[in-house]
Design a protein around this ligand. Sequence first.
Ligand code: HEC
Ligand code: HEC
Length: 352
Amino acid sequence: MKKELYILSVVVAFSLLTYYFVEPFAHGVMHPHVESKNFVYDGTSDIQEVETKIAKLEKELAISKADEKTDAKKLEGMQADISKAQVRLGSKKTFWADVKRISALKGDTKAGEAMYANCTSCHMQDAPAMGGVTPPSLVNAGATYDRNYLIALIKDPAMASNVDHKFSDSRLHPMDSVKYMVSSDEDIINVVDFMLKTAPKQETITPKIAFEDTCGRCHNIRYKKWTTIGETQKFKHKQDTLAFEIKQLDYQDGLKTYMGKLPPDLSMYIRSRGHHYISTFVEDPQQLLLGTSMPRVGVNAETAEKVVAYLEEAGDPKKAERNRVGMYVMIYMVFFILAAFLWKKQVWRDLH
Ligand code: HEC
Ligand code: HEC
């Protein structure tokens, strides 16, 4: 008996050690923990990202300079990369300082309503795809997006979503022209003020709506029959089914060209990535997956929570039930062990 107990305690000790120390450590090395910024969009991490890049490039340059074999042309190229990154850093700092300044202003709702017509010229019902993606419905945008992010987005969409490196004078962000339609600080704050003041109540935004409005133009969810061009319908005629599929494939081709990669179907992502990863990824994709082609989606905390809930409903619909059944199983096991122990005592009573 003593020997068995000893073996059991060794097994338990090693299991606990692996569970609480080895696994979290290995996980931490492979996926460094990224804290949420509480959905504050002020550009801090975008600026840090470029600063880190510059520091890395400077270190590489110093190493190459020390090596006599490096030719002058290569050094020149490295120097040029550093200068380019420094320009990018400067424009990011100016941009986010501008956003902060605009954010402190007070908006005029009435003037904002008139300006908002500029937005609906692209963001209308059944809008066609532009540059590979459909402008999403803005009906709920005042309730789903963060105020600061909206200011940043209107000021410069590529900067706000931290994808400015993908665009240039010869390749513009699909929403780029908003910069010329709504350009002064006052115009920007007025539109945002109008959107927030006329936003629908949080209770009316279900997890499904939150997902479809903010992620649905790029991601399919097969388990929910959601495609990037809308819900899959049951058509009476095969021609209509095929026509829908063709439309979806065409849209995906455009999306792939725009993003450089087809955004994945999110049916099962909640299982492989978990809550924390998904909500921090949406806030700041580059922090979690440097070089990723997904733009930042500047949703507020409530929306992130709803989107995660929706992904859970799609990928793990039995979780609540599993937890409940798990509880019953544990209670049953405790009783069972107790009963088994008493029974054993009873059987061996005369021998001991
Ligand atoms: C020239 C057409 C155009 C105009 C004008 C325009 N948008 Fe957009 N907007 C787009 C497109 C296209 C997208 C999708 C871009 C993407 O997914 O990369 C978009 C995306 C958005 C998003 C989602 C951003 C995100 O990060 O997920 C919001 C919010 C938005 N627009 C608000 C506005 C507001 C507010 C205005 C008016 C001040 C406006 N848009 C004007 C075309 C436009
Ligand atoms: C404008 C298009 C676009 C929008 C909008 C968008 N995504 Fe993405 N998303 C992408 C692309 C492109 C990728 C592929 C990124 C890669 O692999 O580099 C991606 C990848 C992902 C991934 C996988 C990350 C990983 O670790 O591989 C998750 C999770 C995700 N998106 C969640 C969301 C959620 C949630 C939303 C809505 C709040 C959203 N996305 C909105 C384009 C988009």
